[in-house]
Design a protein around this ligand. Sequence first.
Ligand SMILES: [Fe+2]
Length: 254
Amino acid sequence: MNRCRNTGIEHKKPAFSPESLQRLRNEVDAFLDTQIEKFNATVPYAQHFEKDAEIHQGYYRRHLIETAYRIRLLRIAESKALAEIAKLTPEGAQIWANYETEEMIHDEMFIADLRRALGCTREEALEEALKVEPYLSTKLLAGFFSYLLDHEGPLGVVAYSYLVEYVNVKLDPKKIAGLRKSMGRDKIKGQIAHNHTDENDDHPGEVWQVICHLLRDDADIDALYRYLDEHQRVLVLFFEEMYQDQIAAKAKAA
Ligand SMILES: [Fe+2]
């Protein structure tokens, strides 16, 4: 008996046909579109950067800090995900590694925009960012990733990246157009560069390829939808927390 497991050698190709995977992607994207609509309709300040002529500076700066934190915290769990994906599908792991190579230190782009917003040095912007801990919703997301890797497998972690990349490519151009008017182009160069990588390197497409390699049966497809729903709920917690902290609590104190 051969005791060796987790070589991924038996899964060279996706289990589903290219046509059915394309159909699935269209359905998943439509599902994400309904999640976005609900998000915009129910979460306070959901379209603040996109629509408002005047930006709330505290909210804007905290959003930059938290985005940097989220990239910093999640890249640790996402690195662990690489090993888990490699056990199942070396081809999927190769694509994931490539995606992470591009994404790994993107927190610097948001710190650069924080520096521009504050008109200070990078060191001072970092100091400013480190004055606050990540939000509880960010800590819970990092914890959720660890839970997924320990108990359910890497699909849930990869599903999060698909959700975020899909939403970024779809909504960031509108957000950037809004911020360009309210903040000025020079102040948001980091976010513009981040959006260019997502679009030009086809990040949603790359992450989708990893998902294709991970899906082995219909139960995995059900799980994918559940992950997308769960991640959206945790994302809502983040935006609500930021609104409470920066807008509601400060309005009450004033
Ligand atoms: Fe990206």
